[in-house]
Design a protein around this ligand. Structure first.
Ligand code: NAD
Ligand code: 89V
Length: 338
């Protein structure tokens, strides 16, 4: 299977490492408008075909899928162009800036008969997968409460300076991941209430958000995130969990400790491996990049829709939109209205 990657920036390096580790896949072409970044990635990963113009890359062709690793404002045109070119697509999160854009992107891939997956990797983290496995096994019964919490003071702005510039910050960038985790545990959402704050005066968007969700199956979730939390030890980039069911509880605590309590108690160290190219504390995320890209390849081979397909991600993106609307309007939002 041959692929091309667009956007050779900060995070794409992880994607390129992961592609190199996936059997039967080769990245044959790279594209970036920034020649310096393009050439640095081409050199680091030994990729000969390089482009500063996406249209030229498609004209030359010779690949089955494209991995779009650019920031959000470019996603819609790049997804539509890929669909037009007739290749399968992975697109980074946030999938789109608006629900209308996201729906158009899903429609474009559908019309072309091509697979579209959003690189929504947090639910693929091995610690999250371990907790999901326990909950899905029925060990605590049908969950009625879920908390997903990400609280950190880590400096994300030095690696990703654009995060300090946008009107929207933590819900769109990070909340989107942990809202998706809540969906993975307790399903789709009917209503959302949210509050937001900006604590760090040096950035433009909100860096604290607290969200309350009512799910279709009746469960309630609290999804909370902060990049203004000074804690020791720093837990970046861990998502912590508390899931309660009628028969017991599952907790994923700081330091990747998974505790399951029902008639008995088990405590397991679910620390992610540090892949040879990974670096702490990002290893948790980096491992999930490998996992989601492997999932994409497996789905293409099996002719199946990825778990985090474009269509599925519309439901996560709607929660982001609902959270901003709720915080702005000071009321609960019906998610079906979006
Ligand atoms: P970045 O700014 O470092 O890199 C983006 C690159 O894309 C730049 O080199 C830019 O020149 C290039 N680019 C932009 N538009 C282009 C176009 N139309 N054609 C060709 N090249 C183009 O950004 P980043 O930090 O690598 O983030 C990229 C995406 O990855 C963002 O959407 C971000 O939210 C996401 N991200 C995801 C995770 C995760 O865990 N899933 C982590 C970090 C970042
Ligand atoms: O995972 C992400 O999307 C990153 C970060 C962890 C910094 O929020 O942007």
């Amino acid at each position: 299977m041959k692929g091309a990657l667009i956007g050779c920036g900060f995070f794409a390096q992880n994607q390129l490492h992961a592609w190199r580790d996936i059997e039967g896949v080769e990245i044959v072409a790279l594209c970036d408008r920034d020649e310096e970044r393009l050439n640095a990635s081409a050199k680091a990963f030994g990729i000969e075909r390089t482009y500063t113009d996406t249209a030229q890359m498609y004209a030359d062709g010779g690949f089955d899928f494209v991995d779009i690793a650019t920031t959000v404002s470019s996603h819609r045109p790049l997804v539509e162009m890929a669909a037009q070119a007739g290749v399968h697509i992975i697109c980074q999160k946030p999938f789109a800036e608006t629900m209308d854009d996201a729906r158009a992107m899903v429609a474009a891939a559908d019309a072309a008969g091509k697979t579209l997956m959003v690189h929504e990797n947090f639910r693929w983290q091995s610690a999250i997968q371990a907790a999901l496995k326990v909950v899905k096994s029925g060990a605590i019964g049908e969950p009625f409460f879920c908390r997903v919490s990400f609280r950190s003071g880590y400096d994300v702005f030095s690696g990703q300076p654009y995060l300090a510039e946008g009107k929207r910050f933590i819900i769109e960038d990070l909340g989107i991941h942990i809202l998706d985790i809540a969906r993975a545990f307790v399903g789709d959402v009917v209503q959302m209430s949210a509050t937001t704050r900006r604590i760090n005066p040096a950035i433009k968007g909100e860096d604290v958000a607290t969200m309350l969700l009512r799910h279709e199956g009746g469960a309630t979730s609290v999804v909370d995130c902060s990049y203004a939390t000074q804690r020791r030890p720093e837990t970046f980039p861990q998502s912590l969990l508390e899931i309660d069911g009628p028969k017991g509880t599952v907790r994923l605590d700081a330091g990747y400790v998974l505790t399951v309590q029902n008639e008995s108690e088990t405590v397991t160290d679910v620390s992610p491996p540090v892949l040879p190219w990974a670096e702490k504390p990002w290893h948790n995320i980096q491992e999930s990049v490998f996992a989601i890209q492997q999932h994409f390849v497996d789905c293409l081979k099996a002719g199946k829709q990825p778990e985090t397909s474009g269509a599925d991600n519309l439901k996560t993106l709607a929660l982001v939109e609902a959270a901003y609307q709720s915080a702005e309007q000071g009321r609960m939002i019906e998610v079906s209205s979006l």
